[in-house]
Design a protein around this ligand. Structure first.
Ligand code: GLA
Length: 342
């Protein structure tokens, strides 16, 4: 029976936060850790899935009728099978080395690995931009998380040693060499895991940005000019200011990387954090404490990453500085790929 092994990496977003659903710019990269799915073709029209990292939990359903219910990791499998209109029955084994809830996007890694493994069994090829959209739809419609396209695009389109500049208006992607030399990027857990308030804060920000775009008669607020926003209520004006300044910081970071000016990259990370804290109001006390601690430990830049309202902090350390014990080093790795086919 045909067997395909697919790997979907997690990601770190270097800069460009809360810009994906606003038609803006971001600069993520895939990391070495991720999710591996082994798919073996089976007769009988069923999917049998086994999740090693979830106490070997299992799930079985008819490939032609993925159920709408299910908890934990199961809706990801149901959604991918449904949205890709998979017809080949299969046994799926899922394992990963990304800590869940770590802000490294284990959800996108799982969606992407499942999609590539199942498409591989059917010898189908789907354009990776389209696949990112399908995986994102699974997250929105099957898992119920209203996230943007950042994570899936980063996992599918990143290349080894590079960050990926994504323009979310055109969906144009450009690989940017991420040469850190002896500098180190790390992530640190703030210890703040209020996932419910994180989800509601995230959805509230999305709604505010939509409101601002409507009032400014633009499709997304990345099309607005800062002076246009002057007439908006203060809160909305601040949200627009964050998105516009963050877009500019993405391109300033690309330019600084081209010139290998890592001090400047650090400064831009600090500015991004200040904007996320003051204009986007997405920080928490514990995130602030973590950023402070990392700067005191010698980081040249530190910022909250991901959806915010808790979660992780990304920091850039210069050479020869001892890293805090709880820091996890992250480096750019290759995007999603098949590890075995046939
Ligand atoms: C979460 C979402 C992404 C993106 C970021 C904020 O990680 O999954 O789509 O919106 O928040 O930049």
């Amino acid at each position: 029976m045909k067997r395909v092994v697919a790997f979907g990496p997690g990601r770190v977003n270097l800069i460009g936060e809360h810009t994906d659903y606003n038609g803006g710019l971001a600069l993520p990269f895939a990391i070495a850790e991720g999710v591996t799915v082994t798919a073996t073709a089976q007769d009988g029209g069923e999917i049998h899935a086994l999740a090693h990292d979830f106490d070997d939990e299992t799930d079985t359903f008819a490939v032609a009728a993925p159920p709408r219910n299910g908890d934990g990791w199961r809706p990801f499998v149901h959604g991918i099978v449904a949205e890709l209109a998979i017809r080949q029955g299969a046994r799926l084994e899922i394992r990963g080395d990304l800590p869940r809830g770590s802000g490294l996007s284990s959800s996108a890694a799982l969606e992407v690995a499942l999609a590539l493994a199942l498409l591989g069994l059917e010898e189908r090829d789907v354009d990776r931009h389209d696949l990112a959209r399908i995986c994102s739809k699974v997250e929105n419609d099957w898992v119920g998380a209203q996230t943007g396209l950042l994570d899936q695009t980063a996992s599918l389109l990143s290349t080894d040693g590079h960050a990926l500049r994504i323009d979310f208006t055109t969906m144009e992607t450009t690989s940017v060499p991420l040469d850190l030399g002896d500098w180190q990027l790390v992530t640190v857990d703030s210890g703040d895991h209020h996932s419910l308030s994180a989800a509601s804060g995230y959805n509230e920000r999305r709604a505010e940005c939509e409101d601002a775009a409507k009032r400014l008669h633009v499709k997304t607020i990345s099309e607005a000019r800062e002076e246009d926003a002057d007439a908006l209520p203060e809160t909305l004006r601040k949200r627009v200011r964050h998105v516009l300044s963050e877009n500019a910081r993405v391109d300033a970071t690309v330019a600084a990387l081209e010139r290998r000016e890592l001090e400047t990259v650090g400064r831009l990370l600090d500015e991004s954090h200040a904007s996320l804290r003051d204009d986007y109001e997405a920080s928490t006390d514990r995130v602030e404490g973590t950023v402070e601690r990392l700067r005191k430990a010698g980081a040249k830049g530190a910022r909250m990453v991901g959806g915010g309202f808790g979660g992780h902090v990304l920091a850039l350390f210069p050479p020869d500085v001892a890293l805090p014990e709880d820091a996890r080093g992250v480096r750019p790795g290759p995007g999603a790929r098949l590890l075995q086919d046939g």
